[in-house]
Ligand binder design. Structure first.
Ligand code: ADP
Ligand code: MG
Length: 322
């Protein structure tokens, strides 16, 4: 681990929709609200938070599947939002995504071998026979018998389909993989296999991961550091071990208290987070979490907390650490 491979600076995305008969009612949702992060080469950064907090939008902004409202993303020395389409296409070779539902992202009429070959054709990599060899190599590494290359996605189980999704992401030898809820649709036993595969591949191919999940239990074992999001902002950024041992932000603490633990004896009473997540189109003033926070203070209702340093390499957007 050394230089940052990815640097995100004050990134923002506002979705605007118009409703009503005359489309005059305008609603703005700030899905990502000023996020700053960096990820070092070889690192796994986990991104967690409840559904709707902006995790997928963050991933899509980095790859420019969604265009940002403002901010900057630097990847491997390039400022991505300044690139034209052709330059961005070249970057996508080094930056691949894995999605929650591989079935939705795999063409049902394509055989696995042509699904896997496609990224090589798109990026004009290799001759026909080199491409064929690469497909066989990656299938083997992803845990497939290359003889199954002529099958179609529906002939595989959910876990195997996610192996195909991962294999496809690996075809171009990327540096960064953004995995958005890659195991959330799978049974727990299969989740562990896919997480192990991702860990193994990271070693084999020196990959850097941005690993998105709403499930803190899933993120824990794979992540070096974890970013906790709430309503489009970072609540906490910590190395994984410290965060799970000693969460800083009251939101992280509450999230963690509801994750099942291996030793039931050490289990504490879950902290119930009061109420529902606020409407993202109309977030609370001050700290967005103050309406649900067990440790709320007066200042929290008025002043939006910065991301304060709180221990070595740790940060919390909470006035307790001001
Ligand atoms: P997560 O992945 O954490 O569940 P998302 O990034 O999907 O969160 O969504 C964050 C917020 O942005 C939500 O309030 C969601 O409704 C809104 N949102 C996401 N995509 C769009 C879109 N294409 N148009 C309008 N609003 C969107
Ligand atoms: Mg999502």
């Amino acid at each position: 681990m050394s230089q940052p491979l990815l640097e995100i600076e004050d990134l923002k995305k506002v979705y605007t929709s118009h409703k009503g008969v005359l489309k005059r009612t305008r609603t703005d949702v700030t899905a990502v609200d000023g996020i700053g992060l960096s990820i070092k080469t070889g690192e796994t950064l986990g991104v967690v938070g409840e559904s709707g907090c902006g995790k997928s939008t963050l991933g899509r902004l980095i790859t420019r599947l969604t265009e940002p409202t403002s901010g900057a993303v630097r990847f491997d020395g390039q400022s991505l939002f300044e690139l034209n389409q052709r330059e961005m296409k070249a970057v996508r070779r080094d930056m691949q995504m894995v999605f929650q539902d591989p079935y939705a992202s795999l063409n049902p009429r394509q055989q696995v071998q042509s699904i896997l070959e496609e990224p090589l054709i798109v990026h004009k990599i290799g001759s026909k026979s080199e491409r064929k060899d690469k497909v066989a190599e990656i299938m083997k590494i992803a845990g497939f018998d290359p003889d199954l290359g002529n099958r179609y996605p529906h002939q595989f189980s959910g876990g195997q389909r996610q192996r195909i999704g991962i294999a496809r992401a690996l075809m171009t030898n990327p540096k960064l993989i953004i995995a958005d809820e890659p195991v959330s649709a799978l049974d727990v036993s299969i989740q562990a296999q896919i997480l192990n595969l991702l860990k193994e591949l990271q070693g084999t191919f020196s990959l850097t991961y941005l690993f998105i999940s709403h499930d803190l239990g899933v993120v824990r074992h794979i992540s070096d550091r974890v970013a906790v999001m709430y309503l489009g902002r970072l609540a906490e950024l910590s190395d994984s071990e410290s965060m799970y041992r000693n969460p800083l932000h009251p939101y992280t603490e509450a999230l963690l208290s509801s994750v099942p633990v291996a030793e039931p004896a050490g289990r504490q009473e879950p902290i119930v987070i009061k109420g529902d997540m606020p409407n993202p189109a109309n977030p609370p003033a001050g700290c967005a979490f103050h309406t649900r926070c067990p440790k709320v203070m007066d200042i929290c209702k008025k002043v939006k907390p910065d991301l304060f340093p709180a221990g070595e390499g740790r940060f919390a957007a909470c006035h307790l650490y001001a």
